[in-house]
Design a protein around this ligand. Structure first.
Ligand code: ATP
Length: 140
Protein backbone atom coordinates (compact mmCIF):
# COMPACT_ATOMS: atom_id res chain seq x y z
CA UNK A 1 0.00 0.00 0.00
CA UNK A 2 1.39 3.42 -0.89
CA UNK A 3 2.27 5.87 1.85
CA UNK A 4 2.68 9.58 2.47
CA UNK A 5 4.79 11.15 5.24
CA UNK A 6 2.77 12.98 7.91
CA UNK A 7 4.58 15.41 10.18
CA UNK A 8 2.77 17.29 12.97
CA UNK A 9 4.69 19.90 14.98
CA UNK A 10 4.03 22.66 17.50
CA UNK A 11 6.18 25.66 18.50
CA UNK A 12 6.53 24.36 22.10
CA UNK A 13 7.01 20.63 21.60
CA UNK A 14 8.59 20.49 18.13
CA UNK A 15 7.71 17.22 16.38
CA UNK A 16 4.67 15.49 17.90
CA UNK A 17 4.08 12.90 15.16
CA UNK A 18 6.11 11.74 12.14
CA UNK A 19 5.26 8.57 10.25
CA UNK A 20 4.56 7.20 6.80
CA UNK A 21 0.81 6.77 6.70
CA UNK A 22 -1.82 5.52 4.25
CA UNK A 23 -4.52 8.16 4.77
CA UNK A 24 -5.33 11.24 6.83
CA UNK A 25 -8.83 12.49 7.55
CA UNK A 26 -8.97 16.00 9.02
CA UNK A 27 -11.21 19.05 9.24
CA UNK A 28 -10.24 22.26 7.47
CA UNK A 29 -12.11 25.56 7.59
CA UNK A 30 -13.74 24.43 4.31
CA UNK A 31 -14.87 21.05 5.67
CA UNK A 32 -13.63 17.49 6.04
CA UNK A 33 -10.70 16.38 3.90
CA UNK A 34 -9.31 12.95 3.11
CA UNK A 35 -5.65 12.98 2.06
CA UNK A 36 -4.11 10.02 0.24
CA UNK A 37 -0.57 9.56 -1.11
CA UNK A 38 0.09 11.61 -4.29
CA UNK A 39 -2.52 14.19 -3.31
CA UNK A 40 -2.45 17.48 -5.23
CA UNK A 41 -0.62 20.39 -3.59
CA UNK A 42 -2.78 22.15 -1.02
CA UNK A 43 -2.41 24.77 1.68
CA UNK A 44 -5.26 25.15 4.13
CA UNK A 45 -6.20 26.11 7.68
CA UNK A 46 -7.45 23.47 10.11
CA UNK A 47 -10.09 23.82 12.83
CA UNK A 48 -9.69 22.12 16.24
CA UNK A 49 -10.21 18.42 15.55
CA UNK A 50 -9.23 14.81 16.05
CA UNK A 51 -7.02 13.83 13.13
CA UNK A 52 -7.80 10.29 11.92
CA UNK A 53 -4.57 8.70 10.81
CA UNK A 54 -4.64 5.35 9.02
CA UNK A 55 -1.52 3.20 8.75
CA UNK A 56 -0.54 -0.48 9.02
CA UNK A 57 -4.20 -1.49 8.84
CA UNK A 58 -5.21 0.49 11.91
CA UNK A 59 -6.41 3.98 12.77
CA UNK A 60 -5.08 6.33 15.43
CA UNK A 61 -6.40 9.69 16.58
CA UNK A 62 -4.35 12.81 17.28
CA UNK A 63 -5.56 16.13 18.68
CA UNK A 64 -4.71 19.37 16.86
CA UNK A 65 -5.90 22.79 18.04
CA UNK A 66 -6.20 24.02 14.44
CA UNK A 67 -3.19 25.36 12.54
CA UNK A 68 -1.95 25.17 8.99
CA UNK A 69 -1.61 22.15 6.74
CA UNK A 70 0.57 21.94 3.65
CA UNK A 71 0.15 18.95 1.36
CA UNK A 72 2.48 17.88 -1.43
CA UNK A 73 2.24 14.53 -3.27
CA UNK A 74 4.86 13.05 -0.87
CA UNK A 75 4.30 14.84 2.42
CA UNK A 76 1.71 16.38 4.76
CA UNK A 77 2.99 19.04 7.18
CA UNK A 78 0.77 20.34 9.98
CA UNK A 79 1.86 23.22 12.22
CA UNK A 80 -0.49 23.78 15.14
CA UNK A 81 -0.42 25.81 18.36
CA UNK A 82 -1.02 22.57 20.24
CA UNK A 83 -1.14 18.90 19.30
CA UNK A 84 -1.29 15.81 21.49
CA UNK A 85 -1.15 12.05 21.02
CA UNK A 86 -3.85 10.24 23.06
CA UNK A 87 -1.43 9.23 25.86
CA UNK A 88 -0.50 12.88 26.48
CA UNK A 89 -4.07 14.12 26.93
CA UNK A 90 -5.17 14.82 30.50
CA UNK A 91 -8.89 13.97 30.49
CA UNK A 92 -9.72 15.80 33.73
CA UNK A 93 -8.06 18.96 32.42
CA UNK A 94 -10.05 18.71 29.17
CA UNK A 95 -13.29 18.16 31.11
CA UNK A 96 -12.56 21.24 33.26
CA UNK A 97 -11.75 23.30 30.16
CA UNK A 98 -15.03 22.10 28.61
CA UNK A 99 -17.06 23.11 31.68
CA UNK A 100 -15.25 26.46 31.99
CA UNK A 101 -15.88 27.30 28.33
CA UNK A 102 -19.54 26.29 28.55
CA UNK A 103 -20.05 28.43 31.68
CA UNK A 104 -18.28 31.34 30.01
CA UNK A 105 -20.46 31.11 26.89
CA UNK A 106 -23.63 31.12 28.99
CA UNK A 107 -22.31 33.94 31.19
CA UNK A 108 -21.27 36.10 28.23
CA UNK A 109 -24.58 35.58 26.51
CA UNK A 110 -26.44 36.51 29.69
CA UNK A 111 -24.33 39.61 30.28
CA UNK A 112 -24.44 40.56 26.61
CA UNK A 113 -20.62 40.60 26.42
CA UNK A 114 -18.61 40.99 23.21
CA UNK A 115 -18.72 38.71 20.20
CA UNK A 116 -14.93 38.23 20.45
CA UNK A 117 -15.22 36.91 24.03
CA UNK A 118 -17.86 34.42 22.95
CA UNK A 119 -15.76 33.33 19.95
CA UNK A 120 -12.77 32.75 22.25
CA UNK A 121 -14.85 30.61 24.62
CA UNK A 122 -16.33 28.70 21.66
CA UNK A 123 -12.80 27.97 20.40
CA UNK A 124 -11.81 26.69 23.88
CA UNK A 125 -14.93 24.50 23.89
CA UNK A 126 -14.04 23.10 20.45
CA UNK A 127 -10.49 22.24 21.67
CA UNK A 128 -11.83 20.51 24.77
CA UNK A 129 -14.40 18.56 22.70
CA UNK A 130 -11.72 17.39 20.24
CA UNK A 131 -9.43 16.28 23.11
CA UNK A 132 -12.24 14.27 24.69
CA UNK A 133 -13.06 12.75 21.29
CA UNK A 134 -9.44 11.60 20.88
CA UNK A 135 -9.64 9.95 24.33
CA UNK A 136 -13.01 8.33 23.51
CA UNK A 137 -14.65 10.15 26.43
CA UNK A 138 -18.36 10.92 25.93
CA UNK A 139 -18.99 14.66 25.66
CA UNK A 140 -20.95 15.78 28.73
P1 ATP B 1 -6.53 24.73 29.11
O1 ATP B 1 -7.61 25.76 29.36
O2 ATP B 1 -6.73 23.47 29.92
O3 ATP B 1 -5.12 25.29 29.21
P2 ATP B 1 -6.44 25.06 26.26
O4 ATP B 1 -7.26 24.45 25.18
O5 ATP B 1 -6.60 26.53 26.45
O6 ATP B 1 -6.74 24.24 27.60
P3 ATP B 1 -4.05 25.09 24.74
O7 ATP B 1 -3.87 26.58 24.65
O8 ATP B 1 -4.60 24.38 23.53
O9 ATP B 1 -4.92 24.73 26.04
O10 ATP B 1 -2.67 24.40 25.12
C1 ATP B 1 -1.69 24.96 25.99
C2 ATP B 1 -0.70 23.85 26.34
O11 ATP B 1 -1.30 22.92 27.26
C3 ATP B 1 -0.25 23.03 25.15
O12 ATP B 1 1.10 22.62 25.35
C4 ATP B 1 -1.17 21.81 25.18
O13 ATP B 1 -0.57 20.68 24.57
C5 ATP B 1 -1.38 21.63 26.68
N1 ATP B 1 -2.72 21.09 27.02
C6 ATP B 1 -3.88 21.78 27.07
N2 ATP B 1 -4.89 21.00 27.47
C7 ATP B 1 -4.35 19.75 27.67
C8 ATP B 1 -4.88 18.49 28.10
N3 ATP B 1 -6.17 18.33 28.38
N4 ATP B 1 -4.02 17.47 28.20
C9 ATP B 1 -2.72 17.61 27.93
N5 ATP B 1 -2.15 18.77 27.51
C10 ATP B 1 -2.95 19.83 27.39
Amino acid sequence: MSTILLEVATPDKGEVFAKDINMLICRSIAGELGILPKHARLLTELVPNALRIKFDGSETLLFVSGGFMEVTPEKITILADSAEVPDDIDVERAKSAYKRAEDRITGFKNKGDTEIDIKRAEAALARAKARLLVKGVPIP
